[in-house]
Design a protein around this ligand. Sequence first.
Ligand code: CP
Length: 303
Amino acid sequence: MKNKSLVSITDFSKDEIMRIVELASEFEANPNQKLLDSKVVATLFFEPSTRTRLSFETAITRLGGGIIGFSDSSSSSTTKGETLKDTIKMVSNYSDLIVMRHPLEGAARYASEQSSVPIINAGDGANQHPTQTLLDLYSIYKTQGTLDNLNIFMVGDLKYGRTVHSLLMAMSHFNTTFNFIAPDSLKMPDEYKLFLDSIGIKYYEHKEFTDIISEADILYMTRVQRERFSDPIEYEKVKNVYVLRNSMLNHTKDNLRILHPLPRVNEIHTDVDDNPKAYYFQQAENGVYARMAIIASILGLVK
Ligand code: CP
């Protein structure tokens, strides 16, 4: 994977995914390895972020690298009309690697075609969020001891949720059974279901999850994303349709872990936070180790 951009999770093979999971574990055990000495990583965030940007910047700092970039494109020359192509050509002259989040689907692929250094997609619209997926896989592996043969429930915005799209593609390597719980307007898009059909992976669709989560190994909650709706009335109709409460976890499996890419709004009540099955804050911490592994792999600093 040396010098390879990470635009979609499908850019990495199953073996490459497993190597990132192993490396994340090694970086968690020994996080201060100065492998990036004299290397510069650019973080270009054209869309807001807390976890992705800060965990990338923590990962780069722990690896001993330098960081340039912006967290708000209104402070860049984009506001003067500079194109994404020109911005990427400039920044690739200044850095060894570019981490980019952009609101437009396909922007990361386009950037990778313009750049002389690898691009890591930190989220492109409703399309893909592959580094979130790699930290999700690391979290699933840590909590379940395996990635194979798990029953994963995905709840909430499965239409615009880039994290669930990337996770579905990655978990399809591991004989997962999927359960999709979403309102009609936010169902998993057909292209993903057709993909699962084509490789013989089982999935089930539901409108409610209260009575069925007793079967889950992983409950992957997602936020209904106001910023993806063009009509605010449509958002209001579905914004609180699923709320996970602690009392709903009484008859769930011991190994169940609740994941959420965060930020949450109302979909996980705060009374879940102290339940040992709640794993979303540790999941966000795992992002540092997974992103150290991704950066070190792409820059060819580890075998
Ligand atoms: N999970 C995630 O992408 O969070 P941020 O939007 O805060 O980066």
